[in-house]
Design a protein around this ligand. Structure first.
Ligand code: NAP
Length: 546
């Protein structure tokens, strides 16, 4: 038996494992939650993980070019000074393979794998009110009961594969970027069709184009992208991250987006056009998500945002040589960063290659997939491999796949049929003792994820500690408090330009039939952290204990 399969002794009855807490997922969320509940609170706890290793999103997203757009020194746990000193990233942005090494380093350092059961996909979780327990089952037939059930399933783990007629007849190979083969895909000599130009497609296209005989990119919505300017870290920078860890942590915890840089207090329209151009040029040269921090009002004032949008569109037109391709790539219908802004390495430059073509599937939607290619009203584009960079059924998708049923037989899919209704993104009325790490209604994907995850895990840990210290058996979000939080989440989104992107997965708009509700909390991580702390300080206001 591989060591990843070793299980610690837990009381068993009739094949059921009884636990104080069960965590679903072994990405950053699941691992840290396991550590907190096992080592800080001393609970009997296990994590169930569908993959055969730790890593969460990075375990599955092994597509060519997969790399984080948070800078490496910020894409780290900050709860352990020792860990911060011991681990060293090699590049400005960590690639998928290096992140996997980091995840395994963390799991081994804190001896987490012995309490993670790999290859276990949860297929149902049902609350038993009489026993005040969750009954959880896995696809391979295991049964668990647990007092606390905590999901760490990520926001972007349920693949969105569009239902294009004829896919089943395709004679070539096809892959979704979010469940990429572990031994890679050899594109040598192949004609590749890539559908999708989000963060993933923008990272994948240059790498695929460099190997394949030909790449056709099918674009529905044109997208902004900022050059990453990835590079090996210098020794001086590495040393700075070690000596300044506390300062970096403070910065990340004090900003709206959890990144290790501050948003400028400047207003775009207070600058002259020349000043703006110079600042945008400097931000473009510096690269990465920090571009968004050039002006304070970039995400709240459309006219301010337009100045950035125009600058970025002009960059595209300047890079891409074929005028029609440049026009299609720069014909962007939403404000900058109202969809998650991609960060790339040579994305627009890739369209200057002889072996790359762009197809506008907004004007000419994909009608079907034939045995040999992708078909629009312009005819068939013959391909050997199709890459679906088509994103995810975000935020609610991974939770719905767990088949969660709460009190009185209420299914989560039913409770959230008009959109997620979660208090603080942590708990939903009718689902006692169920916590959702980075759930809808929390900053999650609008924040540098490790920062959001640490805050949620620590809040949940403190809450469970409080319950145990006070002999409290059950916590459940109050329905009114949840409704008010949903309203506040809507207000926070509406105070920004984020809802102006009509095709955004933040709104669920990428999945046919999904309710259009802005899911993450756009009020900022620092504000959200303060709200959660205040709720706890007021005796967990808005939650009902029993
Ligand atoms: P995405 O942003 O949802 O992009 C999916 C793309 O597929 C969009 O261009 C979408 O077009 C297109 N698409 C979907 N269905 C289609 C259809 N039926 N026909 C044609 N086109 C279709 O997904 P993603 O690129 O995987 O990124 C998701 C999120 O993951 C990112 O926003 C980011 O948060 C995260 N991510 C992060 C990194 C990183 O850290 N560097 C890398 C990758 C992903 P529409 O826009 O028209 O819907």
């Amino acid at each position: 038996m591989p060591d990843t399969m070793i299980q610690t002794a837990a009381p068993q009855s009739a094949g059921v494992t009884h636990l104080d807490a069960l965590i679903i997922g072994a990405g950053l969320s699941g691992m840290y939650q396991l550590l907190c509940l096992r080592d800080r609170l001393g609970l009997s706890v296990k994590a169930l993980e569908a993959g055969q290793g730790v890593g969460g999103t990075w375990y599955w997203n092994r597509y060519p070019g997969a790399r984080c757009d948070s800078e490496s020194h910020s894409y780290s746990f900050y709860f352990s000074d020792e860990l911060l000193q011991e681990w060293q990233w090699s590049e400005r942005y960590p690639g998928q393979a290096e992140i996997m090494r980091y995840m395994n380093f963390v799991a081994d350092k804190f001896d987490l794998k012995r309490d993670i059961r790999f290859g276990r996909r949860v297929n149902a979780a049902t609350y038993d009110e009489a026993a005040n327990l969750w009954r959880v089952s896995t696809e391979n037939g295991e049964q668990y009961t647990t007092k606390f059930l905590i999901t760490g399933v990520g926001c972007l783990s349920a693949a969105n594969i569009p239902a294009i007629p004829g896919l089943e007849t395709f004679k070539g190979e096809w892959y979704h970027t979010g469940s990429w083969p572990h031994d890679g895909v050899d594109f040598t000599g192949k004609r590749v069709g890539q559908i999708g130009t989000g963060s993933t497609g923008i990272q994948a296209a240059p790498v695929i184009a460099a190997q394949a005989a030909h790449l056709t990119v099918f674009q529905r919505t044109a997208n902004y992208s900022i050059p990453a300017r990835n590079a090996p870290l210098t020794d001086a920078f590495k040393a700075w991250t070690k000596t300044s860890a506390a300062e970096i942590r403070t910065t990340m915890q004090s900003t709206p987006n959890g990144h290790p840089f501050l948003i400028s207090p400047r207003l775009a329209l207070d600058s002259t056009p020349e000043e703006r151009e110079a600042l945008y040029e400097a931000a473009w040269d510096y690269g990465g998500l920090q571009f968004r921090a050039t002006y304070q009002d970039m995400m709240t004032n459309k006219a301010a945002n337009d100045t950035a949008a125009e600058f970025l569109k002009a960059k595209i037109r300047g890079i891409v040589k074929d005028p029609e391709t440049a026009r299609l790539l720069s014909d962007i219908d939403h404000p900058f960063a109202s969809k998650r802004p991609p960060v790339d390495t040579n994305y627009f430059e890739t369209y200057n290659r002889d072996n790359v073509a762009l197809v506008d599937v907004r004007a000419h939607p994909i009608q079907s997939i034939s045995e040999t290619g992708i078909v629009t009203d312009q005819g068939e584009y013959p391909v050997d491999i199709i890459v679906f960079a088509t994103g995810f059924d975000a935020m609610t998708g991974p939770l719905f796949k767990l088949n969660i049923t709460g009190r009185d037989g209420l299914a989560l899919t039913e409770a959230w049929s008009a959109g997620p209704r979660s208090y603080l993104g942590l708990q939903s009325a009718g689902f006692p003792n169920l916590f959702t790490i980075t759930g809808p209604g929390s900053p999650s994907v609008l924040c540098n994820m490790p920062v959001a995850i640490e805050q949620h895990v620590e809040w949940i840990t403190d809450c469970i500690a409080h319950m145990r210290a006070n002999g409290i058996e059950r916590i459940e979000a109050d329905a009114d408090a949840a409704e008010k939080w949903v309203e506040h989440t809507n207000e926070a989104a509406n105070a920004t330009l984020l809802p102006l992107a009509k095709h955004s997965w933040y709104l669920g708009a990428n999945v046919p039939g999904k309710p259009r509700v802005f899911m993450p909390y756009a009020g900022g991580m620092a504000r959200y952290r303060a709200i959660c702390a205040d709720v706890a300080a007021k005796g967990y206001e808005g939650f009902v204990f029993s």
